[in-house]
Write a protein that binds this ligand. Structure first.
Ligand code: NIG
Ligand code: FE
Length: 404
């Protein structure tokens, strides 16, 4: 039986070209998928008998938010590093001294798959509370065949146990693990010849990601990883140009990545190549602020040339310990000069594009999943304006209201 949300003060539907379809005093009709929206007079008159009617009280309605870059499969927070950074040590220094990603690898390896699932489930509910109905979820804290697959299986189990959708990404090339620090070539062979084929064969990942950065994986190594992924049907994604310009954006264009993420140090050439290749620019402003850095990605240059942007939380225990995508909209407005409409588009349709799922999620187009947020306000500007707060009133996932 369909559901109908009536008395919508403003309905905002992001379109593929970056524009909006907007309607005041609207009604939205859906079952598991969006059926249609329109004026009250159009829709309320011929509702099927038994249709459930929900009153939005004049509030704003948008698609559910899509968080296209997260690392939720970790064992423990790294609060000590947060304090160390605030006392003057930087992210790279902490990593070089054995902390950072490698410390998350040690704690992840020490717990079972069941325990990992148990720790992840409450995190999934928090995404929904913030109006996020789909996340991309990366591995990358296992860094061995068994432990990467353990993480991906945990992501799969979480996906099945909660309404939130998780889209899995293999990030075995997140760091070189402790046991291969003296033989990184060997670890790369394990990634390309064992972990990627196994994850793909077992259908545990859709994307293959790599941390392309000075001191982590070089451009050439990153290419090998992404090409191995492609050979096994995994779509490339890349952590690119986060702390320095390494050519990661250009590589994303060459291999036809779905997105290049971070890109705080992207070059003009990188921007153009990504636009020409149709790669989405994923901004992660939470990682900039949380690492105490000041260089944000050049969103205006990207938008003015016609690039498509996704904004994501980068939720992870090291560089961005937040699940609040609304707050990322605030940061992208304040530090990247984006308009509120641009940040909202980038957190819905843009996020879906970064996952190559914009035919299914990220909009209120007919036939899309009925992933919907009713907000506590009638003006979308209030979402990032009340920063760090949560403006969500009700979330629907595949047409069902979520109670958390
Ligand atoms: O996206 N940059 C690399 N990976 C993560 C950080 C992961 C971690 O520190 O645990 C990021 O910022
Ligand atoms: Fe990341």
């Amino acid at each position: 039986m369909p559901t109908c949300i009536k008395n919508i003060g403003l309905l905002l539907n992001p379109k593929a070209d970056g524009s909006w379809d907007e309607l005041c005093n609207a009604v939205l009709l859906f079952d598991a998928e969006i059926i249609r929206y329109g004026d009250e007079s159009d829709i309320l008159a011929d509702l099927e008998e038994g249709t459930e009617i929900i009153d939005a009280g004049g509030c704003l309605v948008t698609p559910g938010l899509v968080d296209s870059h997260t690392h939720p499969a970790f064992a423990e927070p790294r609060a000590a590093e947060f304090e160390m950074r605030n006392q003057g040590k930087n992210y790279q220094e902490i990593a070089a001294s054995g902390g950072g990603i490698r410390s998350s690898v040690r704690t992840l390896r020490a717990i079972s798959e069941d325990e990992l699932v148990r720790r992840m489930l409450p995190r999934l509910d928090r995404f929904l509370e913030f109006g996020i109905t789909t996340i991309e979820a990366k591995s990358g804290y296992g860094l061995s065949l068994d432990d990467e697959l353990k993480q991906l299986r945990a992501i799969d189990r979480c996906n099945k146990q909660r309404p939130l959708d998780l889209v899995p990404t293999l990030l075995a090339a997140h760091e070189v693990p402790d046991e291969y620090r003296d033989n990184r070539r060997k670890y790369l062979d394990i990634v390309t010849e064992e972990i990627i084929p196994a994850a793909a064969d077992q259908k545990l990942a859709q994307f293959c990601d790599v941390f392309c950065e000075e001191g982590v994986f070089s451009l050439e190594e990153s290419r090998q990883v992404l090409e191995a992924g492609l050979k096994h049907g995994l779509i490339p994604k890349i952590h690119a140009d986060q702390l320095s310009s390494t050519g990661g954006a250009e590589l994303a264009a060459e291999v036809g990545a779905a997105s290049a993420d971070h890109i705080d140090y992207i070059t003009d050439e990188g921007i153009q190549k990504m636009i020409d290749a149709g790669v989405v620019f994923t901004l992660l402003p939470g990682a900039v602020i949380f690492l105490g850095l000041t260089r944000y990605p050049p969103a205006r240059r990207i938008l003015d040339r016609g690039g498509s942007i996704s904004i994501a939380t980068d939720f992870n225990p090291g560089s961005s310990a937040t699940q609040n995508l609304q707050l990322m909209m605030t940061l992208a407005g304040v530090f990247c000069g984006m308009t509120v409409r641009e940040t909202l588009w980038s957190s819905t349709r843009g996020g879906a594009m970064a996952l190559k799922m914009d035919d299914r999620i990220g909009s209120l187009d007919t036939g899309s999943a009925a992933d919907i947020v009713i907000w506590n306000c009638d003006d979308e500007r209030l979402i990032p304006y009340y920063f760090g707060m949560n403006q969500v009133k009700t979330v629907f996932k595949n047409g069902s209201a979520i109670t958390l």
